[in-house]
Design a protein. Structure first.
Lengths: 241, 231
């Protein structure tokens, strides 16, 4: 792997604690390119924190997060993240995508082409001139995906991207995520939604109380979970009762 | 009293030359001071909002405290700096409009820096993860936030202008209230009132209030429009 690819990503005994409380507890794993990975777990299991550790928004309290090709500060990133609640700048939808490309150091005329292509791909080209913040929740989330799409990241992290959306907006978002996957972007998504995990995932990382309890293919995970916690989670039982 | 009021209105309606001159000098001084204070204060506010450095909390507390600087104290300090024996005495600008601009700029710099720091830090809390995710460095982030909070910052700048236009102590000390040279609205009002020439004082008072009210109305409207356009 000397072609500059940032994958695989390796976590070695990564822990994260805040305020004296352990949130991620000695997680070790390797994520390679290819099929999409779903981080599954109950609320508070540490899914969001684990993704932020991977994406570099948080630093582990102990352990190491290593990419195949380490990121240089100031260099364009080859990974992007879409958050549960999209954060849009106070400018047009078009300018929001342009902004991301500028930060990544992409010049005109290529920039304009990428903005057009990405807004087109999420079905928002007709709203390009609209202020990003007056778009609906679903449209803003698609815009967040377009912003990520324009960057052509090698890895896309998604933190519960549909948690605050209605079913039809959720379907639209999911189809864009599938398109990312089809285009060869490695998708790593956190969700607590079993249906979504089934629809979009190829493999499952199951987190429980900050620990990586199980890693399995989707079929295996749902048909015969190995851990009691995962079995309980699938059944919809609350493991702490 | 009603006579004075009538006379004051006559001055206003007749666009009295002396009155116009005083109003224009006031605007020139205060607008220049605001421009300088904004040019320095906004980047300073952004840097403190986004930066992480030792003593940051202290800087914020001091900056907030400086918002309440008494104008006469600022006037005194600038007077000492600019007086012939002072460190900047060689400039020879004491008792000129330039000295008044310097004093007012110092007076409102903390206001603009402290209020913009607050607005930008609030936005930073919302944007931080997204901007860092995109790979924006601290300088990128500060510039982005300055632009994205532009409507709040406009209000901040206008608050600074209001303070500058309304203060009397600093410009009185460093300007000297010289007729035709450094006499502005507030110092004229103070002087004419003590002399008993109420029409000019009242007329200027009305203009001063009108300016402050229209500036604030403009700020409100701009914010309202921005809210509708950008949410």
């Amino acid at each position: 792997m000397s072609n500059g690819a940032i994958l695989p990503l390796r976590l070695a005994a990564v822990s994260f604690a805040a305020g004296g409380r352990s949130i991620i507890d000695r997680v070790s794993l390797e994520i390679g390119s290819g099929p999409s990975t779903i981080i599954l777990g109950a609320n508070g299991a540490g899914k969001s924190v684990l993704m932020r550790l991977m994406h570099g928004l948080l630093s582990p309290s102990s352990g190491r997060v290593e990419w195949n090709a380490p990121e240089r500060p100031g260099a364009p990133r080859k990974q992007a993240m879409v958050f549960q609640r999209p954060v849009m700048l106070r400018r047009s939808a078009y300018a929001n995508v342009t902004y991301a490309l500028k930060i990544a150091g992409i010049q005109e005329p290529q920039r304009g082409v990428l903005v057009h292509e990405s807004l087109e791909s999420v079905g928002l080209w007709h709203l390009a001139r609209r202020s990003a913040r007056v778009l609906s929740g679903g449209e803003q989330q698609r815009l967040a995906l377009a912003r990520a799409w324009a960057l052509h990241p090698e890895v896309l992290f998604l933190d519960e991207p549909t948690a605050s959306l209605d079913p039809s907006a959720t379907r639209e978002i999911e189809s864009v995520i599938k398109a990312f996957d089809a285009a060869g972007t490695k998708v790593v998504m956190a969700t607590h939604n079993l249906g979504q995990a089934r629809r979009l995932g190829d493999e499952i990382l199951f987190l429980d109380q900050g620990r990586l309890v199980e890693r399995a293919s989707v079929e295996e995970f749902f048909s015969k979970p190995r851990s009691a916690q995962a079995a309980a989670f699938i059944k919809g039982e609350l493991p702490w009762t | 009293m009603s006579e004075a009021l009538t006379a004051a209105l006559a001055l206003l309606v007749g666009l009295d030359a002396k009155l116009i001159e005083i109003v224009l000098l006031s605007l020139r001084v205060s607008l220049s001071a605001v421009a300088i204070a904004a040019l320095l204060g906004l980047p300073l506010g952004a840097a403190i909002a986004v930066g992480r450095f030792p003593g940051r909390q202290t800087v914020i507390v001091v900056l907030n405290a400086l918002m309440g600087l008494p104008p006469v104290v600022v006037g005194l300090l600038v007077y000492l700096l600019l007086s012939r024996a002072g460190p900047l005495g060689a400039l020879g600008i004491l008792f000129t409009p330039s000295a008044m601009v310097v004093a007012q700029a110092i007076l409102i710099l903390p206001i603009i820096a402290a209020l913009s720091r607050q607005a930008i830090e609030d936005a930073w809390r919302e944007y931080e993860e997204q901007l860092r995710s995109l790979g924006a460095g601290r300088v990128d982030a500060a510039l982005t936030l300055l632009w994205d909070t532009r409507f709040s910052l406009l209000t901040t700048i206008l608050a600074g202008f209001g303070r500058a236009a309304a203060e009397v102590g600093a410009v009185m000390i460093v300007g000297g209230n010289i007729d035709g040279v450094t006499r502005v609205m507030t110092t004229t009002i103070a002087l004419e009132t003590s002399k008993g020439d109420l029409p000019l004082a009242l007329g200027l008072g009305m203009i001063l209030i009108a300016i402050v009210v229209s500036v604030n109305a403009a700020a409100y409207l701009i914010k309202e429009l921005a809210q509708r356009r950008y949410a």
